[in-house]
Design a binder for this molecule. Structure first.
Ligand code: NDP
Length: 315
């Protein structure tokens, strides 16, 4: 394929709430941004159903619909949105040289990275079957739907511990399923878990299957079958919601050796900004945030990245 080189003031890599919000702001600032959407256009929210916590939707909305709205909004101001992957970046000198899988080489004055993170899943068939219908990887997003009900959460790290205590405030009972007999979470988080009477830890268990019911197109979770890793015995718990909190993988492979990454692979940004260690390269959304991981915080940092890119170009 012959090399097609094009110049851009602002290249945005990734298309979740962070990438599209950066695009809206950059386009309105006349930076004529180009967005490469990546493997999963719209990002993690396209794998959820209802979104009830994004301000401005009093009746709630659906994840894929919200992403479509954001995309259309970015398009309205002239963003060039492309279905494709960035395969190589060279941040060693400015302007930056970036290659895409459509054969284009982009010469970018600024780059905004919004490649997000991917929730880790258990990898069992029933988990995929009920994903968005009772199975979720975000208690903050979906816990509300299980108010007064019984739920389960899998994991033993800080996320699982934090989300278990969050769910315990809403739900009648929270089973915390962990594959070992001690949590990896910090001692302070562990204390919170153990001090919460409606959290029941289930130690040394893995999930064999998530069970549910289907009526026409509707489906919902009704329970899970767990296996005791020490004895091989199986038991069933009855729950309406099943949360998976076994970690996230930041989508930062492309930037290894180019940008400063944390031990766990998140892009390091200067606190309070979206600036990376390379001037002119900005990071927003979950690729630089392992704490909040919300659509609204991602959108907020997307806005910050576009403003910072604009100011960088102006200076
Ligand atoms: P972690 O990687 O810390 O924990 C993942 C947990 O999931 C572990 O307990 C692990 O078990 C378990 N697990 C992994 N794979 C499987 C599997 N296939 N089946 C069953 N269980 C599995 O991820 P977190 O998201 O909890 O935390 C990520 C980072 O973010 C950490 O550094 C954490 O401290 C930080 N964090 C900080 C917070 C805060 O300060 N408020 C809040 C949330 C996260 P095992 O223990 O056996 O390996």
């Amino acid at each position: 394929m012959s090399e097609n080189q094009e110049h851009t003031k602002c290249l945005i890599i990734g298309s979740g709430p962070a990438g599209y919000t950066a695009a809206i702001y950059a386009a309105r600032a006349d930076l004529k941004p180009i967005v490469y959407e990546g493997l999963q256009p719209g990002g993690q929210l396209t794998t959820t159903t209802e979104v009830d916590n994004f301000p401005g939707y009093p009746e709630g909305t659906e994840g894929p619909k919200m992403m479509e709205d954001l995309k259309n909004q970015a398009s309205r101001f002239g963003t060039d949105i492309r279905f494709g992957l960035i395969t190589e970046v060279d941040f060693s000198k400015r302007p930056f040289k970036v290659k895409a899988d459509d054969g284009n080489t982009l010469i970018a004055e600024t780059v905004i990275i919004a490649t997000g993170a991917t929730a880790k899943w258990l990898g069992i068939e029933s988990e995929a079957e009920y994903n968005g219908y009772g199975v979720s990887a975000c208690a903050t997003c979906d816990g509300f739907f299980y108010k007064g009900k019984d739920v389960a959460i899998v994991g033993g790290g800080d996320t699982a511990a934090e989300e278990a205590t969050y769910l315990a405030k809403l739900c009648k009972k929270v089973y915390l399923i962990h594959r070992r007999d001690e949590l990896r979470a910090s001692k302070a988080m562990q204390k919170k878990v153990f001090d919460t009477p409606n959290i029941e830890p289930i130690w040394n268990h893995t999930t064999k299957e998530i069970v549910g019911k289907k009526e026409g197109f509707a489906k919902s979770v009704t329970g899970a079958i767990l296996t005791n890793v020490l004895t091989g015995e199986e038991k069933k718990i009855n729950v309406d919601g099943f949360f998976v909190a076994i970690g996230h993988t930041p989508n930062s492979e492309l930037f290894k050796g180019q940008l400063e990454l944390s031990e766990t692979g998140y892009i390091e940004t200067v606190p309070g900004t979206t600036k990376t260690n390379i001037e002119g390269v900005f990071a927003c959304g979950d690729i630089q945030d392992h704490i909040y991981r919300q659509a609204i915080t991602a959108a907020g940092t997307g806005c910050m990245a576009a403003i910072e890119a604009e100011r960088f170009l102006a200076s």
